[in-house]
Design a protein around this ligand. Structure first.
Ligand SMILES: Nc1ncnc2c1ncn2[C@@H]1O[C@H](COP(=O)(O)OP(=O)(O)OP(=O)(O)O)[C@@H](O)[C@H]1O
Ligand SMILES: [Mg+2]
Length: 307
């Protein structure tokens, strides 16, 4: 399989702050590749370097075999980009936004209008095509922006947090379309800080933290890491000075009025917890939640750091 994206030792410094510190990875053609990291990790800075918006201090980018710095135009023609905080032109209609984007790519004619309408149909916006984007909801606007990014039939689509701030339904629609595009052969590079999104969509995921890649792996392998970091969060009517020793518990942390219990077996730990309060009638459980693995915990495990 050929490489859609190759990033080689990318570095970007703002003033004396190194936002991206030697990032390397490659994405196969046909993959959905997730770029997962917390706020400020360097995701957007990396995407901007991969899409030719921002010049790296050092390092190289290849898109479908073309060097982005030396063969910029050919390389860029192969990609579509949905930037973070992208916006459509509010005073233009949905259709005009897409045909205008087409003009920027040097595409014109009847074909373009046909394709634009096809895209709007795919995004469920065909009957709103003559309405100004100013009258659209956030989710609808995001769909227009996605349609705009597809007008040049990109081989690789870059999406920077495409579902940020969208409700479940809008996010699902976008996920469905990403999958469909991918099934038709489009390579997808998506940044997110949402572990569930990365798990649901991606063939492989790179985890970026403080400008460096902490891991690149399939969600399955990452999940194996996540599995051992499930936890129970519990609070009692009385404050406990120490949490009692229980079998199978990896570690406990006090967080405000709650205890976070990391465990390999949430079920067994809950049973033990029930037993514990039964033996201490003065104590009652006030709240209890089981928590799936989350990014924060994965980071603690992968980077060995504290949050
Ligand atoms: N133009 C800039 N000037 C100065 N600092 C910048 C600039 N762009 C980004 N940074 C800094 O680089 C770091 C990484 O920012 P970046 O936008 O890449 O993070 P991110 O992973 O996309 O975060 P988020 O999830 O919040 O979008 C941040 O500390 C940010 O403040
Ligand atoms: Mg960002």
């Amino acid at each position: 399989m050929s490489d859609a994206i190759v990033a080689e030792d990318l570095v970007k410094t703002f003033g004396d702050f190194r936002a991206v510190n030697g990032v390397s990875f490659s994405v196969d053609s046909g993959e959905i590749f997730g770029f997962l990291g917390p706020n400020g990790a360097g995701k957007t800075t990396t995407v901007r370097m991969l899409t030719g918006v921002l010049e790296p201090d050092s390092g190289k980018v290849q898109l479908h075999g073309y060097d982005l710095l030396r063969q910029r135009d050919v390389a860029k023609r192969r990609i579509g980009v949905v930037p973070e905080l992208a916006n459509a032109y509010l005073d233009l209609t949905a259709l005009q936004n897409i045909t205008f984007t087409a003009e920027l790519y040097g595409l014109a004619g009847r074909e373009v209008k046909h394709r634009a309408e096809e895209l709007l149909d795919m995004f469920g916006l065909l009957d709103r095509r003559h309405d100004k984007v100013a009258t659209f909801s956030k989710g609808m606007t995001q769909r227009v922006i996605l349609a705009m990014s597809l007008i040049n039939e990109p081989q690789t689509l870059f999406l920077d947090e495409p579902t940020g701030g969208l409700d479940v339904q809008s996010s699902r629609l976008i996920h469905r379309i990403i999958r469909e595009l991918n099934e038709e052969g489009t390579t997808v590079f998506i940044t997110t800080h949402n572990i569930a999104e990365a798990n649901a969509l991606c063939d492989r995921v790179a985890i970026i933290n403080e400008g460096e890649i902490a891991a690149v792996d399939s969600p399955e392998s990452l999940k194996a890491t996540f599995e051992s970091s499930r936890s129970i969060e519990v609070s009692f009517t009385e404050q406990l000075a120490d949490f009692p020793d229980m079998e199978g518990i990896i570690r406990t942390e006090r967080r405000g009025d709650k205890w976070r219990i990391y465990t390999r077996k949430p079920h067994d730990s809950l049973m033990q917890l029930t037993g514990f309060v039964r033996e201490h009638p003065e104590l009652q459980i006030e709240t209890v939640n089981t928590r799936g693995p989350d990014l924060e915990e994965v980071f603690v495990r992968l980077t060995g750091g504290e949050m």
